[in-house]
Design a protein around this ligand. Structure first.
Ligand SMILES: Cc1cc2nc3c(=O)[nH]c(=O)nc-3n(C[C@H](O)[C@H](O)[C@H](O)COP(=O)(O)OP(=O)(O)OC[C@H]3O[C@@H](n4cnc5c(N)ncnc54)[C@H](O)[C@@H]3O)c2cc1C
Length: 342
């Protein structure tokens, strides 16, 4: 039986493991032992018990997959290395995703990568009076809205390097979100970058921002350190992995690179990662049956940007819907996705 190794148990890796586990000998290697619904993690900063609703152990839905917890540090065209362990493969799927990164190492700086890091910061948030969010993209906006919805008495400052929030979104959405924050008393500082000097948070204007707790929602980078040793020529200048339309690593038809870490030019989303995973599964089966491979094409996606518990903005192509209904839909998507894994 062919040996399949999957690196990363997020949206892409978990999907591939579920689809292939009854056909091949599948090993899933992940730094954590559970699947997490990332779009729901921001709620855990205000409601730590929400974590239970968005995490499920890999053992619950992968009954025939061999599970290995650990970090892959390197791989070759034949083997994957986890510490001193060498795992041979016939086909490899690299699905290690991406993460927020910052060179700033202050104690009161939080990166919204995992529910666990947000949950740990919950007590700090409870006692904080001044909260700073760096980055006015979708994640920065959703996080600011979660905090101000639960803690309307806190003073929240949002620093963004551009002239408007979520600059890739329609102006109707930007206006709706900016009005929402204005009503909630959130201070938004546009066209400013933030750096720290001697523990102080400084804007590009030179002004200091006093804060008890700071969230960094900028600087997302692909988890491609494992390519450095043997496949550094496969990375572009943004450290993304260069793939063919079929999601194969250039020059290595038996290696697929799927999800946030590849160079497919699209907004990186959970939906995109799952769709790519499905194409990669199709292609490995096609290779085995000597059939034609399928190409991945980007597609218009429904986006729901939540603004706390009871409000959201849904957008699809030119269509925009605001208010309670999209908030309800986001909750439904979370519930439906988690039901697939339970
Ligand atoms: C706060 C936040 C909110 C978001 N909201 C939305 C949303 O509302 N809608 C939407 O569609 N998308 C949203 N996204 C984006 C979405 O979560 C990602 O696009 C999606 O998770 C990508 O899936 P993936 O499988 O490529 O990577 P991931 O889901 O990140 O999975 C990567 C996995 O690989 C593991 N891993 C990493 N390196 C290694 C290694 N060296 N060895 C072993 N394992 C490794 C990680 O632990 C992780 O389990 C959000 C992202 C964030 C951070």
């Amino acid at each position: 039986m062919k040996k399949i190794v999957i690196i990363g148990g997020g949206f892409a890796g978990a999907h591939i493991a579920r689809r292939l586990q009854n056909i091949y000998h599948v090993t899933l290697i992940d730094t954590k032992d559970y699947f997490e619904f990332t779009p729901g993690i921001l709620r855990t900063i205000v409601s730590p018990k929400h974590m239970k609703k968005i995490q499920v152990l890999h053992t619950h839905y992968l009954h025939t997959t061999k599970l290995l917890r650990g970090e892959v540090t390197e791989f070759t065209a034949q083997d994957v290395f986890v510490g001193k362990k060498k795992i041979p493969y016939d086909y490899l799927f690299v699905c290690s995703g991406s993460r927020y990164n910052t060179p700033i190492k202050e104690k009161n700086v939080v990166l919204p990568n995992r529910a666990d890091s947000l949950r740990k910061a919950h007590h700090q948030l409870e006692s904080a009076k001044e909260v700073l969010i760096v980055g006015g993209g979708i994640v920065g906006v959703e996080l600011a809205a979660e905090i101000i919805d639960f803690y309307p008495q806190k003073h929240l400052t949002l620093v963004h390097s551009k002239a408007c929030l979520m600059e890739r979104c329609d102006s109707q959405i930007q206006n709706y979100v900016e009005n929402y924050f204005e009503k909630k008393g959130v201070t938004i500082l546009y066209n400013q970058r933030l750096e720290t000097k001697l523990g102080k948070f400084l804007l590009s204007s030179g002004e200091e921002v006093k804060t008890d707790l700071c969230f960094f929602c900028i600087g997302i980078s692909p988890n491609t350190e494992l390519f450095r040793k043997h496949f550094s020529s496969c990375l572009n200048e943004r450290k993304q992995v260069i793939v063919d339309e079929t999601l194969q690593l250039k020059g290595y038809p038996h290696i697929f690179v799927v999800g946030d870490l590849n160079d497919v030019a699209e907004e990186k989303t959970a939906q995109g990662a799952e769709k790519q995973a499905e194409i990669a599964v199709h292609n490995v089966l096609a290779l085995e049956q000597k059939q034609k491979l399928e190409s991945y094409h980007t597609f218009p996606k429904v986006m729901v940007i939540s603004l706390g518990r009871f409000r959201a903005v849904l957008t699809y192509k030119q269509f925009v819907l605001t208010g309670f209904l999209p908030a309800l839909m986001k909750w439904f998507v979370e519930w439906k996705t988690m039901m697939r894994y339970r």
